[in-house]
Design a protein around this ligand. Structure first.
Ligand code: LMR
Length: 398
């Protein structure tokens, strides 16, 4: 049965890890995947997480099945973070939240549910978008198209193009929006532009699907939720996928959530019952540990403060790597203005490096980046930043 199976290409992002891990060079640097490393090049275990884990270890809780949708303590904590603890939507019972296997798992549950709900819809993603968006919605059976987003000449958003496209979409089209820290470009909408997107979604009866994997990595938990808050105030129904992979440094625990805003408490009950069917036939119910740790941190005033301080520390270090890279590139003799790197938000910089230049970085220097020119600033540190800047200087000169 396997004789005719073809070799699939490596994943454009996670496949880089596979290649990186087999690279024997000692000065290699992995700027591919969106993972935060500390200045020692290590993935941190946050102190707030450590404290919550210690308490769990001491309690040695039993490992029964979880509810299909995950525990209420977790789902409520997620809702408070996304919608604000005083949200009228939460108070009215208009938000359905289910624990999911990371942000990807949340997108997949949402996509599978949407396919049952709107089988004839087309899904629109930004141009460019996170590599997995297209594959994920296509695998759920949707045709996937792009709306204009990034404008290379300004290194910003082509908002006029984006809006014009949204205003032409067929009613019931699904629009995937990066709620903050756009992946891969780092170019976000302003609050005023978000309001116009909300209006376009209302006028065209679109189905907004906000993907929020980096809350806290631009300006902070509350300011980074601006898009979710504007949609919340709009009276529209929408989807939000969210992730604690980056903000809690819990990548491999796969801790995320899917939230769906409905028109009423009664609708919520019916929607939840359907989403539970999607989950039950996929992985039955979510794993315990990661979600329990996140809930313990978010539901304790002391641990939550500790976590917010640690998150701010990650955010600040990435910012200092942005300025550091620009300075180091200058020092390495690069004439081209790279100051846009400082303006971009989140973990990534869309450098403008070509696929050939990225290939040369890998071959000549053992520096791995996504072929689109996306680099992860959170993988830079005080020891490798000079090396990376010199390598980039070499490939842009060539
Ligand atoms: C990324 O874009 O690098 C991250 O979201 C990790 C992933 O799953 O691709």
């Amino acid at each position: 049965i396997f004789a005719a199976v073809e070799m699939a290409p490596r994943d454009p992002i996670l496949g880089l890890n596979e290649a990186f891990n087999t690279d024997a060079r000692t000065d290699k640097v992995n700027l591919g995947v969106g993972v935060y490393y500390d200045d020692n090049g290590k993935i941190p275990l946050l102190a707030a997480v450590k404290t919550a884990e210690k308490a769990r270890l001491e309690a040695m809780p039993p490992r029964g099945y979880q509810p299909i949708e995950g525990p209420a303590a977790y789902n409520t904590a997620v809702q408070n973070l996304l919608f604000g603890k005083d949200s009228h939507l939460i108070a009215n019972g208009q938000v359905v939240t289910v624990q999911a296997l990371g942000g990807t798992g949340a997108l997949k549950v949402g996509a599978d549910y949407l396919k049952r709900l709107l089988p004839g819809a087309t899904v629109y993603i930004s141009d460019p978008s996170w590599e997995n968006h297209r594959a994920l919605f296509e695998s759920a059976g949707f045709p996937v198209e792009n709306y204009p987003y990034y404008e290379p000449s300004t290194r910003g958003v082509n908002f006029a193009g984006m809006k014009a496209k949204l205003e032409q979409l067929a009613p019931g089209s699904v629009v995937v929006l990066h709620a903050c820290c756009h992946n891969p470009t780092g170019a976000d909408l302003t609050e005023a532009q978000w309001s116009e997107v909300v209006d376009a979604c209302r006028e065209r009866a679109l189905v907004p699907f906000l993907d929020m994997a980096y809350q806290g990595f631009a300006d902070g938990i509350e300011p980074d939720a601006v898009a979710v808050r504007l949609f919340s105030a709009s009276g529209l129904q929408f989807f939000v996928s969210s992730s604690f992979s980056k903000s809690f440094s819990l990548y491999g625990e796969r801790v995320g959530a899917l939230s769906i805003v409905t028109a009423s408490k009664d609708e919520s009950a019916r929607v939840l019952s359907q989403v539970k069917r999607v989950i039950r036939t996929n992985y039955s119910n979510p794993p315990i540990h990661g979600g329990a740790v996140v809930a313990a941190v978010l539901n304790s005033a002391e641990l939550r403060q500790m976590w917010e301080d640690e998150l701010a520390g990650m955010r600040d270090r990435i910012r200092s790597m942005r300025t550091g890279l620009v300075e180091n590139l200058k020092a390495a003799g690069v004439a081209q203005d790279f100051s846009f790197v400082i303006q971009q938000r989140g973990m990534f910089s869309y450098t403008g490096l070509s696929a050939a230049q990225v290939e040369q970085l890998k071959n000549d220097f053992g520096i791995y980046a996504v072929s689109t020119g996306r680099i992860c600033l959170a993988a830079l540190n005080s020891r490798n930043i000079g090396y990376v800047a010199k390598a980039i200087a070499e490939v842009v000169k060539a």
